[in-house]
Ligand binder design. Structure first.
Ligand code: MF3
Ligand code: CO
Length: 291
């Protein structure tokens, strides 16, 4: 690559430790996987301890904001009120809402109701009514470190069909999480998510997925759910990515609102649900950093 690192030289990860006591074994495993044809993580997505600590502090804000939304969300509330709570609380805690001005996105949060798949614009004209399901997707920047997670909320009396969609989507995320372990593959997770949704008669959106996160809002790898066990990127300790499937009650097809270029809907206007968690691959398994 860029010349060989001596075993007593400082490790490339920035830990300050000697290479032989840090990522030497790691690199051997990566090389082996590469030689057998696997996709392997680039070094710039492997976080060191200091970076993980910084990312965790960002997650503390993101979790607190979503906990606050959980307390305040109610029938009759408009989604612009959710945007204000997210902006105020994030900035009060010293953070910046990551969506605001991200590639021109005009709000601090995404609020996606019923047949909205993702990137729903908060609006005073969108008033939550009895029976709605809504995804609130929050992301925070703190000291340059990014966090990202989303939750579903059921407003009033939600039909059993919609409630099941919401529950199964969450179950699918955690079935995927069970598969996250060092030296496994991203496809192990993807297939577990997909299988659970498919078994319940749902479809999983193909075009939009999860992503590496932490040092940037969106990093490698792209995280899909139409993947197969043993395929996609090798998972290595220090990787952080989101699991965030968008699950449709009806068909898999989606479209983007041409007026604003952001809001995504199901083509058949049947409901869609999404939960998003942020997970760290550890030496022994995984750790959920944000939910
Ligand atoms: N939070 C979304 C995600 O999970 C990203 C939204 S992009 C934005 O990746 F611009 F709408 F914020
Ligand atoms: Co995300």
């Amino acid at each position: 690559m860029f010349g060989k690192i001596g075993r007593n030289d400082p490790c490339w990860c920035g830990s300050g430790k000697k290479y032989k006591n840090c990522h030497e074994m790691f690199d051997t495993k990566i090389q082996k996987a590469k030689l057998t044809g696997h996709i392997v993580p680039p070094r710039n997505i492997i976080k060191n301890e200091e970076q993980i600590e910084g990312i965790k502090k960002s997650c503390v804000i993101n979790i607190a904001v979503l906990d606050e939304i959980a307390k305040q969300i109610h029938e009759g509330m408009n989604t612009a009120e959710i945007d204000k709570i997210v902006y105020d609380m994030t900035t009060d805690m010293g953070g910046i809402p990551a969506p605001l001005h991200y590639e021109g996105y005009p709000y601090s949060v995404c609020t996606s109701v019923n047949d909205q798949v993702c990137h729903g614009f908060p609006s005073k004209d969108v008033v939550l009514k009895d029976g709605d399901i809504i995804n609130v997707d929050c992301s925070t920047i703190l000291n340059g470190y990014f966090s990202d997670s989303s939750r579903m909320f059921c407003i009033g009396n939600v039909s059993p069909e919609k409630k099941k969609l919401v529950d199964v989507t969450k179950e699918a995320v955690y079935k995927g999480l069970d598969e996250v372990k060092p030296w496994g593959f991203l496809g192990d997770m993807g297939q577990a998510v997909h299988d659970h949704c498919f078994a319940n008669g749902y479809t999983v959106v193909r075009e939009i997925g999860g992503h590496g996160v932490g040092l940037e809002f969106h990093e490698e790898p792209w995280v899909g759910y139409n993947s197969k066990k043993g395929h996609e990127m090798l998972l290595a300790p220090g990787m952080i990515f989101t699991i965030e499937p968008m699950v449709n009650m009806g068909g898999v097809e989606i479209f983007t609102d041409k007026k604003n270029g952001w809001e995504v809907y199901t083509a058949d206007h049947k409901p869609s649900a999404q939960w998003e968690i942020m997970v760290l691959v550890t030496e022994t398994g995984h750790e959920v950093l944000c939910y």
